[in-house]
Design a protein around this ligand. Structure first.
Ligand SMILES: [Zn+2]
Ligand SMILES: [Zn+2]
Length: 326
């Protein structure tokens, strides 16, 4: 099979071409080196190596919102030293069109344990991380300078992580990113929310990997990357701030399942986990793309991605493992 699949609701295409691919075992990665704890700025005891934190969390709540470099934390949030966006940028160039890079860029160290793999987080710890994502999202989405809040996790060097200690990032933008703008335009033209459609249709499809009371986990029909997965809430809501407590708990459970089965099938692959959300008029969704295929000349010159693993095959492999994990 090789087919050009159109995105669910955007005028975008990916090519599903299993023949081009290798079997999944060929994708398996060598174990990443985890680096040295003593030199790791994200490890407890090395708090002096980072800027003062914006917020520090324990399993129970907020330990400190002040700038003190406190220890005894489970999750720690501080400004990125190599920030893409800064609160007070220099004026932008007047050549062509440019805006000042005004915004915020935070690192969320999501575990105090240097070698902990996110797939091994306890259910409680993952719930806590999701609540931290929610808190940081709400904090920045209320800022007038912020048009978009991007929260993502790069796991593994090939996925863009420069340090092996598990962490997430938050970057705000003073504009709506083009991808989100295109989605919003399509949503505004649709009769009903396209994501609600996806939930309804994919729930009945062979691309459903798992579901619980509040969420579904799928290998999307339009999969840009091998073993790409999406997590969508069954209820229509726009962002983590609108999520009920019980939905946060069941999201943690399904996310653990997604990361756990991905690790088993692909031997701890590098991946990007990205939260798509907006203040309103949107349907929150989370996309996990393993970074195991190269983005090369064809993709860069056309915006069309070639994926050598059919999502139907990926769903079967991942769901078989998900069942075993229960
Ligand atoms: Zn560390
Ligand atoms: Zn919806």
């Amino acid at each position: 099979m090789t087919e050009l699949r159109r995105h669910y609701f955007l005028d975008e295409y990916c090519i599903i071409a299993p023949k081009r691919g290798k079997r999944p075992s060929d994708f398996q990665m060598e174990k990443a080196k985890t680096g040295d704890e003593a030199a790791c700025p994200f490890c407890p005891g090395n708090e002096e190596m980072t800027p003062p934190p914006d917020a520090v969390y324990t399993m129970q709540g907020v330990l400190s919102e002040g700038p003190s470099r406190i220890s005894g934390w489970e999750l720690r949030v501080f400004p990125n030293v190599f920030a893409a966006m800064v609160p007070c940028p220099a004026p932008a160039s007047t050549e062509w069109m440019a805006l000042p890079g005004q915004g915020f860029h935070e690192v969320i160290v999501d575990s105090p344990r240097h070698r902990e793999n996110p797939a091994d987080f306890s259910q409680g710890h993952m719930e806590r991380l999701i609540m931290v994502y929610r808190d940081r999202y709400v904090h920045y989405s209320e800022n007038d300078l912020v048009k978009y809040v991007s929260i993502f996790k790069n796991w593994g060097k090939e996925a863009g992580a420069s340090l092996s200690h598990s962490h997430s990032q938050l970057v705000t933008l003073p504009i709506l990113p083009p991808l989100i703008k295109r989605e919003l335009d399509a949503i505004s033209r649709a009769l009903r929310c396209p994501f609600c459609n996806i939930v309804e249709q994919e729930k009945k499809s062979c691309r459903l990997i798992d579901e619980n009371e509040n969420w579904i986990l799928i290998a999307p029909f339009y999969s840009q990357a091998p073993y790409e997965t999406w997590i969508l809430p069954k209820r229509h809501f726009a962002n983590l701030g609108e999520m009920h407590e019980s939905e946060g708990k069941s999201l943690a459970a399904l996310l653990m399942q997604a990361l756990g089965s991905l690790r088993s099938v692909l031997n701890d692959p590098p991946y990007n986990c990205m939260i798509f959300q907006l203040p309103f008029g949107y349907h929150l969704n989370i996309r996990i793309q393993p970074a195991i295929s190269k983005i090369a000349g064809f993709e860069r010159s056309t915006g069309v991605y070639i994926n050598s693993i059919a999502p139907e095959y990926a769903a079967a492999k991942l769901s078989a493992l998900a069942e075993k994990m229960i």
